[in-house]
Design a binder for this molecule. Structure first.
Ligand SMILES: [Zn+2]
Length: 315
């Protein structure tokens, strides 16, 4: 019993050290200065940017459907921004995946009467909490979410919300950014929200500890491209409004960097040797403040060798 308690303390202390030493998109922020920028994307679809993941909004006579909801402290500002477009209520929130910068507003939106919809692994991971990470140096602790923050409607493969004259469809892709990703299609308006399977901040964070993988991310994006018209407007999980050429360039970078790391694995190089040899130097421009080159080498190495890192379960 005592030994167990000691071990738990050590694990907790280790987790705190990791959290303090890692720059993360979930880091505590001052939200008081965040402004919500509203961009009309096409027809009755808008994109909202504040802090955290991009929000898509279908706004019409039937009410509002939003995709992702950033952080809880921003919910009032998001509601106010939407009020600037229509007085109708937010009837549904669809989560693209479970990360806190996309689901943090679930609780306030639920409390205000919205129904939250997500893939079933999103609900499971929100409910349990756990460690998100790339299986290496990037680790983030997620506390179990409150009951009010949990999706009320879940789906395994897909769900369609028929509102504002459109069949808004969420389609699950099994193992890209996480194991609960959904891409959201607005076919009438020719818009798609990619969640974090496509981002514009450089090397992507792939949550290998939560069932994500680079192979799954490539497969998801390649499949999505075949389902979309060439002039579709693409809302990335993070970053500026994009098009399919931007997605293709992203896929190409993922494929090329994966091939380089796979080649090194085949040559029996260790992770440390790969970092020292700077094998991703030609892609240095993708090294960002969140995922630096070495962290991306870890991500690819862990994806390609099937290592998920240490999963720490919380009480
Ligand atoms: Zn994410």
């Amino acid at each position: 019993m005592r030994k167990q308690t000691q071990r738990r303390l050590i694990v907790t202390a280790a987790a705190i050290v990791i959290l303090l030493s890692t720059t993360t998109v979930f880091a505590q922020q001052d939200f008081s200065k965040v402004e919500i920028k509203v961009t009309k994307v096409s027809g009755n679809i808008y994109m909202l940017e504040g802090a955290g993941g991009n929000i898509a909004a279908s706004v019409g006579d039937d009410g509002i459907v939003i995709v992702d909801d950033q952080y809880a402290p921003l919910a009032e500002k998001i509601q106010a921004a939407l009020k600037g477009i229509t007085g109708k209520p937010v009837r549904f929130v669809i989560n693209t995946h479970y990360h806190g910068d996309h689901t943090g507003g679930n609780e306030p939106f639920s409390n205000a009467g919205s129904t939250v919809i997500a893939q079933e692994n999103v609900r499971k991971r929100l409910e349990s909490g756990g460690i998100a990470g790339n299986g290496g140096s990037v680790k983030m602790e997620n506390k179990p979410a409150s009951k009010a923050a949990l999706p009320v409607i879940t789906f395994e493969n897909d769900v369609t919300v028929h509102l504002n004259g459109e069949d808004i469809r969420a389609l699950h892709f099994p193992a890209g950014h996480t194991d609960g990703d959904a891409v959201i299609f607005f076919p009438k308006n020719n818009v798609v929200h990619m969640g974090d399977d496509f981002v514009r901040y450089g090397f992507p964070f792939i949550d290998v500890a939560s069932g994500g993988s680079v192979q799954g991310m490539i497969a998801a994006m390649e499949k999505v491209i075949t389902m979309l018209p060439p002039d579709v407007k693409v809302i990335p999980g993070h970053g500026a409004l994009s098009n399919l050429d931007d997605v293709r360039a992203f896929i190409q970078m993922l494929k090329e960097t994966s091939a380089v790391v796979q080649k090194a694995i085949n040559k029996k190089q260790t992770l440390e040797q790969m970092k020292q040899a700077k094998i991703l130097a030609p892609w240095e421009k993708f090294s960002g403040s969140f995922i630096k080159t070495d962290a991306f080498i870890e991500t690819l190495y862990n994806s390609l060798t099937g290592q998920k890192g240490q999963f720490i379960k919380h009480n």
